[in-house]
Design a protein around this ligand. Structure first.
Ligand code: ADP
Ligand code: GLC
Length: 485
């Protein structure tokens, strides 16, 4: 089969910059595709956080056309997966006024006011980079609203140039974030008033980047089959379900995978001791080390519940908060790592000080996220909705049984009573009832618990099989796009 040339335009890519699961996906899927022989390249902004990774500047500057203007950026090159069989080149677009800031999308004062301009530059710059490198991609894979302008530029501004033949695949990682901007900001995207693009971008008198992306992408995918169905109904579509339904068969659900090198308890350098499905011995050491690190009593036989999450409504943290008193009354331990809603952060911190058995660590901490996955007995993920979710897969890989609400990708990736525990209603009673189910297995049936852990750990969740599905999707997109020329 012919080798595909694939460009990833992305606002996050682990290990360079990550705010959530998109970073993990964009840091792993390109490697799995490169391992299948494809020519994959990634382009992303040179945020401040990326500057701890050395990168070599390319000669000259890249002039990115923006309406009547040209915006000049420097391009730096580094490598993703240097220690893997098939590494992937990563190109950073450097523009310090726009990208050299503390956060990725926001800081303590909220979302950056110039995000349209920031991500328009990434999107238009990604296209221009191809010319600069002499790289003619068959497919450009874009992710979420920040890169939704790529297919819009290709269909409008670039329509008569060779690069417009590139197919585009838009992966929606979360319908709730759509990239809304005031209509008056249109010039910041470099798109002219009166262009066809405005019709696709406009929604309720504002600009909506995700909407335009859905219209202009050759294929739209999302990150689990169940979420692909959910977003085509009013309850999950966040106002865009009609548009998605109209695209019919072009909307596809491909389940995420996990990077089996980064998230592997037998290789993980962040954890106290390695372990595997065949030898779970090290897991007890990881539990003790986590209890020590967090200042929890070192009690090997007390069940420990972990949670690593953005502390936002999506993740059902309000429901967790409601069950905490009853949960702690059961004598268990709870460890939460996360950041987000300031009110919840404050209340979790206060409880951390008040309770012997509860610890919250507020902020992003990659190493601690691994240690919570490794050291806990159960993992809590009672999401309101969940496009895919990676943490419940990481927890299965680490023999930490996930307790999840049966929605979106959580439903698709956890086998009830076999690799984790599921419930339907988003209520404290349903969550607590399922926690009690887990606790009774823990207390009364250690053999069953161990069998569940081993089954979870032996599940195949890697990216290599999934990369084949994306490959098929790319080929379909290429055929559909070429048919238009
Ligand atoms: P989402 O993308 O909706 O936040 P996912 O489960 O897909 O949810 O992915 C979340 C990713 O972000 C995981 O890799 C998780 O470990 C990581 N993560 C979330 N919060 C933190 C945190 N406070 N510290 C470190 N990693 C975090
Ligand atoms: C989003 C979703 C999450 C998904 C991740 C990666 O952040 O909330 O469910 O796993 O993207 O696709």
């Amino acid at each position: 089969m012919a080798r595909l040339k694939i460009l990833y335009v992305t606002s996050e890519c682990f290990p360079f910059a990550k705010a959530g699961g998109l970073g993990d996906v964009a840091g792993a899927l390109p490697l799995a595709l490169a391992a299948r022989g494809h020519d994959v390249r990634v382009v992303m902004p040179r945020y401040a956080v990326t500057k701890k990774h050395a990168a070599a500047p390319l000669a000259g500057s890249l002039g990115v056309p923006f309406g009547p203007m040209t915006v000049w950026t420097r391009v730096l090159r580094t490598t993703l997966g240097e220690d893997r069989g098939a590494p992937v080149p990563v190109y950073f677009l450097e523009h310090d006024r726009l990208y050299d800031r503390k956060g990725i999308y926001d800081d303590d004062n909220g979302a950056y006011g110039d995000n349209l301009e920031r991500y328009a530059l990434l999107s238009r710059g990604g296209i221009e980079l191809c010319r600069y490198l002499g790289f003619e991609p068959d497919v450009i894979h874009v992710h979420d609203w920040p890169t939704c302008l790529v297919p819009v530029y290709l269909d409008t501004v670039e329509a008569s140039t060779p690069i417009a033949r590139a197919a585009t695949v838009l992966t929606i990682h979360n319908m709730a974030y759509q990239g809304w901007f005031a209509r008056s900001e249109l010039p910041r995207s470099g798109l002219p008033w009166g262009s066809g693009a405005l019709t696709s971008l406009e929604m309720h008198g504002q600009l909506n980047l995700l909407k335009a992306g859905i219209i202009h992408s050759t294929i739209v995918s999302t990150v689990s089959p169940r979420y692909a169905a959910e977003i085509q109904h009013e309850a999950g579509g966040e106002g865009l379900d009609g548009l998605l339904r109209a695209r019919g068969g072009d909307v596809v659900g491909v389940l995420n995978g996990i990077d089996e090198v980064t998230w592997n308890p037998s290789l993980d350098r962040h954890i106290a001791a390695p372990f595997s499905a065949d030898d779970l011995g090290g897991k007890a050491e990881c539990k003790a080390a986590l209890q020590r690190e967090l200042g929890l009593p070192i009690e090997p036989h007390v069940p420990l519940f972990g949670m690593v999450s953005r502390l936002v409504e999506q993740k059902g943290v309000d429901v967790v908060e409601k069950v905490l008193p009853a949960l702690l009354e059961r004598g268990v331990q709870v460890a939460i790592v996360g950041s987000g809603d300031k009110g919840i952060e404050g209340r979790f911190l206060a409880l951390s000080h008040a309770s012997q058995r509860f610890r919250a660590w507020i902020g992003m901490n990659e190493g601690l996220a691994h240690r919570v996955e490794a050291g806990s007995d159960f993992f809590l993920m009672p999401s309101r909705y969940e496009p895919c979710g990676l943490n419940q897969m990481y927890s299965q890989a680490y023999g930490t049984l996930p307790i999840v609400r049966a929605v979106g990708g959580l439903d698709d990736t956890v086998d009830n009573g076999r690799t984790g525990f599921k419930f339907d209603d988003l209520t404290p009673e349903a969550l607590l009832g399922t926690i009690d189910w887990g606790l009774s297995v823990y207390a009364r049936s250690p053999d069953q618990l161990r069998a569940m852990q081993q089954r979870a750990m032996r599940k195949s969740m890697g990216w290599s099989m999934i990369a084949r599905q994306y490959e098929a999707l790319y080929r379909l997109a290429v055929r559909q796009r070429r048919a238009r020329f």
